[in-house]
Write a protein that binds this ligand. Structure first.
Ligand SMILES: Cc1cc2nc3c(=O)[nH]c(=O)nc-3n(C[C@H](O)[C@H](O)[C@H](O)COP(=O)(O)O)c2cc1C
Length: 213
């Protein structure tokens, strides 16, 4: 492991939106991050359903499957199992200071809001919260019930950034990937990672509203 690399924890859980998680991972690796990736069982089902990507239960094999799928040779990907309690994200003494759960199921949202820490992904999020790091959750559900909303409010009040997978349409998207890029670009903005995924409002967007003046 190269010590000087920037590192980040990334969780994929069982909400719809596997392309968001894959695109975000690709961008982080291309920005030369070491990414500690935690994938829930339900996320594996969603990946297979939405992308036809059937990941091995073996973390090393899953790592090479994902890198091949993304065609990515930069950064460093470390896929972790749900019980790898001795890995860096499990302890405040070694964990990265930033974590994104993308996509984030309402189940994992609940577990994180309640501090369950029943698997490595939940524990990693709990570590970020206790260490006052940066936690970004990307939930996808509709409609939300009051349980979901209460969890999001509770976490927001603790400094977590809730970024629902809600792509805009004002940038004239031509493809699904354009919509995915819109969401991932906003996540990268919050992380402080440079990207060229989408145009910026008011600068180079070419978007001009008609006004009375
Ligand atoms: C194909 C598929 C799509 C799903 N979509 C969503 C979703 O959009 N949002 C959500 O909160 N749960 C969704 N679920 C349900 C979650 O996967 C389920 O609640 C699971 O227990 C979440 O576990 P996890 O948080 O450990 O991944 C979906 C499940 C499947 C199989």
């Amino acid at each position: 492991m190269k010590q000087q690399m920037k590192s980040i924890s990334l969780g994929w859980t069982g909400a719809s939106g596997a392309p968001y998680g894959l695109t975000l991972l690709k961008c982080l690796l291309e920005a030369d991050y070491r990414v500690f990736l935690m994938i829930s069982s339900a996320a594996r089902v969603v990946l297979a359903t939405e992308q036809g990507l059937k990941l091995s239960a073996n973390p090393a094999q899953a790592t090479s499957q994902i890198l091949t799928y993304l065609g990515c040779e930069r950064g460093e990907l470390v896929v972790l199992g749900k019980d790898q309690w001795f890995s860096p994200p499990a302890s405040g003494s070694a964990a990265p200071k930033q974590m994104v759960v993308c996509p984030c199921s309402t189940g994992s949202l609940a577990a994180i809001a309640s501090g369950m820490s029943n698997n490595l992904l939940e524990r990693a999020a709990d570590v970020i919260l206790k260490e006052r790091g940066q936690l970004i959750l990307v939930p996808r559900e509709m409609p939300f019930n009051s349980i979901h909303l209460e969890h999001m409010l509770k976490l927001t009040n603790m400094g977590t950034v809730i970024m629902p997978a809600s792509p805009g349409f004002y940038h004239d998207p031509k493809s699904i990937q354009d919509l995915v890029n819109f969401v991932v670009a906003r996540i990268l903005d919050h992380l402080g990672v440079d990207h060229v995924l989408s145009q910026r409002w008011g600068y180079d967007s070419g978007i001009e509203a008609e006004t009375d003046n």
